[in-house]
Design a binder for this molecule. Structure first.
Ligand code: NAG
Ligand code: NAG
Ligand code: NAG
Ligand code: NAG
Ligand code: NAG
Ligand code: NAG
Ligand code: NAG
Ligand code: NAG
Ligand code: NAG
Ligand code: NAG
Ligand code: NAG
Ligand code: NAG
Length: 656
């Protein structure tokens, strides 16, 4: 708190009247179902609690946490049964999946361990990723019919997300691991509060039964909750506001779940029973003011129990529930209190997606999407943030202070600053899934990145895969991890590896040292909709949202197997591949055919593509862009929002 609080500043400016308390009776009407157990002691503000009898400590990242190890026993049991159903259903000729699993089900090394990774890319990544996950999800209607691949999600152990992909993973997990189709259904049938993307976070929710807050009370709520954190003595930044704003779209709780922490997932009965995969979010370490994040940056993960890094720099994990406490040298000193509530779930999702320096570079694209009258204000707001070097997520006090002094770049700093997990170009959250300790056999890597340029911008071209491969080659960073060989982006485009699913690292014998997972790369591609919408588009009408989700379903299923009637079998072959290699088992013919079609075979075509990348949609395009049935609330609220944003801008410059 280098200055006055935001509220006092606004009060002084006369722009912010009393009435902070929003209507609690209406809040009580809000849907109370489908939630993790909220466990923050004082809403958004972190607060002291009695330390547990064993005081919290940082642990070295040499192995899995005891909590993860224990949870895996339950999850692997659940996935083994789900996998039996899945593999039996897709029916690989020459492989009796039922008999195999009945025989080997008790030996986890003989049962494939599956991870899913959802890339960043704002709402585009959330929606395309949602379509892919709905195809993987046996709860989606028709997803278990022939030609479909429902049940893969139920068979998976890990579900990682980053930035917009982190919004997807967080939104599903924090809302009782609900399904994409349940969200789409509920918001079509009634005014639910999840995924109401018609109203951008700059405008706020539109009121309604489940969301009493709208308009100016929305801005007041954002400001007062972030203020409550700084009043409690914690540094805040633009990421706190960002996370709070996103929460109204991503979390079906009153006020977007002020007291819901990421670590409260570790108490969610659906999760603890092993009925859902383990959600993991990723963020990068970056000093304030730095613009470029190189592959040297430390990659952090947030799982339900811990935050930290496997990298040889930090190489440690903190108990997430107690982050916010004054750790020093890996422990909370006896004269320090234990703090809880710092790891607010929306703050974690906001951290994984804090790319404000990128927004600054794209200011025109953003201002094009918001009411004209707000343009100059928003620009000033974002520039003010840059001036304040505040375009980071502030994880002060640094849990890793005095920890691994020799290798940890922030060991001597009380401040730990994190940014969007894709800023190092590793836009697919693969690091958590290639850790040898996790023993993942196959990763389904959903890529919704915006790599390609005009005339057909915002499609992926393999850049994220190239980055993770490059990092794996740097022995001072890789620390025992390995990654399949991938070619350059020109090869991706020239060979069409970004137009259809491609398998990397098919041959387990082609590695020295750790054998990494086989990676099933699933790039965004147009089937019934041009799903290459800009990362900086902040509002979507519901029919566009649903069209992108439907397109994502087709991306994952190769058009319901229209483009390859054996696609579900090929997915099964990719899943079994490492396990068969370990057992030196004979690979069924159909799988060898699949591998010929889908495995990258080492061929490169690195010349600049002759034509600009410009894919045409596989099927007839949906007529999605129907006129919105909602009133343009941006226009009616513009004057009051204008004054609040103006104060925001000032607050950002002076108070943060
Ligand atoms: C969460 O989902 C599980 C499984 O779908 C269901 O049994 C349970 O009732 C749900 N919990 C809540 C609080 O809605
Ligand atoms: C499920 O498949 C049936 C038969 O192909 C079709 O009539 C129905 O519309 C499909 N349902 C959905 C939700 O796509
Ligand atoms: C693909 O399958 C889904 C689920 O049955 C269905 O809703 C959709 O219309 C199908 N699309 C195409 C292009 O076959
Ligand atoms: C969504 O709605 C469709 C059509 O009403 C229904 O068939 C399906 O079961 C619903 N899915 C979920 C997950 O609620
Ligand atoms: C963080 O907050 C402390 C007081 O709580 C203040 O002294 C310090 O200047 C703040 N740091 C930054 C970088 O804002
Ligand atoms: C990354 O770190 C290594 C080892 O410290 C150093 O040699 C290299 O120059 C760094 N690369 C960049 C791009 O900063
Ligand atoms: C990973 O890094 C840590 C910390 O630098 C080191 O102790 C460990 O030996 C490394 N592991 C491997 C497999 O290189
Ligand atoms: C690590 O750095 C901290 C902070 O400067 C210091 O207090 C501590 O003694 C150092 N630890 C070791 C083992 O050198
Ligand atoms: C691939 O994407 C990068 C941006 O990530 C871009 O600079 C490059 O031109 C693209 N190459 C091709 C062949 O699309
Ligand atoms: C490898 O793939 C390329 C194109 O993707 C193909 O032209 C070539 O025939 C393949 N080589 C082998 C040995 O299969
Ligand atoms: C096999 O490994 C070599 C060395 O890492 C690599 O260059 C080659 O691309 C790999 N082949 C395939 C098909 O991945
Ligand atoms: C889409 O809209 C066009 C023009 O409005 C119309 O001619 C066409 O039939 C529509 N297609 C579908 C599939 O509804």
């Amino acid at each position: 708190m280098g200055g006055p609080s935001i509220t006092s500043l606004l009060l002084n400016l006369g722009l912010f009247s009393a009435g902070l308390a929003f209507d609690e009776s209406r809040e009580a009407l809000a849907s109370l179902e489908k939630r993790v157990v909220p466990d923050a002691p004082n809403g958004y503000a972190p607060a002291p609690v009695t330390c547990p009898s064993t005081r919290p400590t940082i642990r070295a990242a040499g192995k899995l946490s005891s909590e993860e190890t224990a949870w895996l026993q339950k999850r692997r049991t659940a996935t083994t049964q789900a996998l039996r159903e899945f593999l039996t259903r897709i029916n690989i000729a020459g492989f009796d999946a039922g008999a195999y699993i009945d025989k080997n089900g008790n030996d986890v090394s003989l049962i494939p361990n599956i991870g899913i990774a959802c890339s960043g890319g704002g709402y585009r990544a959330l929606m395309n990723g949602a379509g892919v996950l709905s195809a993987f999800d046996s709860r989606t209607s028709n997803s278990t019919s022939p030609g479909h691949i429902g049940g893969l999600l139920q068979s998976s152990t890990y579900l990682a997300g980053l930035s917009g992909g982190g919004w997807l993973v967080g939104s599903l997990s924090l809302n009782n691991f609900t399904s994409v189709q349940a969200i789409v259904n509920s918001t079509q049938n009634q005014l639910g509060s999840l995924w109401q993307f018609e109203d951008s976070i700059f405008v706020g929710p539109d009121g309604g039964v489940n969301e009493p807050i709208s308009g100016t009370s929305y801005y007041e709520n954002l400001i007062s909750t972030v203020d409550s954190k700084s009043d409690a003595g914690f540094n805040t930044s633009i990421t706190d506001l960002w996370g709070r704003a996103l929460a109204f779209q991503l979390m079906d709780y009153p006020q977007g779940g002020l007291d819901v922490t990421w670590s409260s997932l570790s108490d969610d009965p659906t999760f603890t029973s092993g009925s859902a995969p383990m959600p993991i979010l990723v963020a990068d370490g970056r000093a304030p003011g730095e613009d470029i994040v190189s592959l040297n940056t430390t990659v952090f993960e947030f799982n339900p129990w811990e935050m930290g890094s496997w990298d040889p720099t930090v190489f440690g994990f903190a108990p997430l529930r107690y982050v916010g406490s004054n750790f020093s040298g890996g422990a909370v000193p006896d004269n320090q209190k234990c703090i809880r509530g710092f790891d607010n779930a929306a703050f974690v999702m906001g951290t994984s997606s804090s790319l404000f320096n990128q927004f600054l570079l794209n200011i025109d694209a953003i201002t094009a999407t918001i009411p004209k009258v707000l343009d100059s204000i928003v620009e000033k707001f974002l520039n003010g943030l840059s001036g304040a070097e505040n375009d980071i997520a502030d994880w002060t006090p640094n849990p890793f202070f005095g920890w691994n002094n020799k290798t940890n770049p922030s060991a001597q700093s009380n401040r730990l600053t994190l940014v969007d997990g894709g800023e190092d170009l590793q836009n697919i959250p693969l690091q958590p899934l290639i850790q040898p300790e996790r023993n993942v056999d196959v990763v389904f890597a959903v890529d919704s990145s915006a790599d390609t340029l005009a005339p057909s911008a915002n499609w992926p071209n393999g850049t994220a895969m190239v980055a993770t491969y490059a990092r794996s080659l740097e022995t001072y960073l890789s620390n025992g991890t390995n990654f399949p060989s991938v070619p350059d982006q020109n090869t991706f485009v020239n060979l069409g590896l970004n137009t259809r699913p491609t398998f990397f690292g098919c041959d387990a014998a082609n590695f020295t040292g750790t054998i990494p997972p086989l990676v099933v790369y699933i790039p965004n591609y147009p089937y019934v909709f041009n799903s290459n919408v800009s990362t900086y588009t902040f509002s979507y009408n519901i029919s566009d949202r649903d069209a992108i989700i439907e397109n994502g379903y087709l991306v994952a299923t190769r058009g319901n197997s229209t483009l390859d009637s054996q696609w579900p079998q090929c997915v099964g072959c990719a899943i079994m591949s490492r396990t068969w290699a370990r057992a030196k088992a004979t690979v069924p013919d159909v799988c060898n055919q699949c591998f010929t079609r889908y495995c990258w075979n080492g061929t490169r075509a690195s010349q600049t593509p002759a034509e600009p990348y410009d894919p045409t949609s596989v099927f007839t395009q949906l007529n999605a862009t129907a006129t919105s049935t909602k009133k343009n609330i941006g226009a009616t609220l513009a004057p009051s929002i204008l004054s609040l944003l103006a104060s925001f801008g000032l607050a950002a410059i002076f108070a943060f």
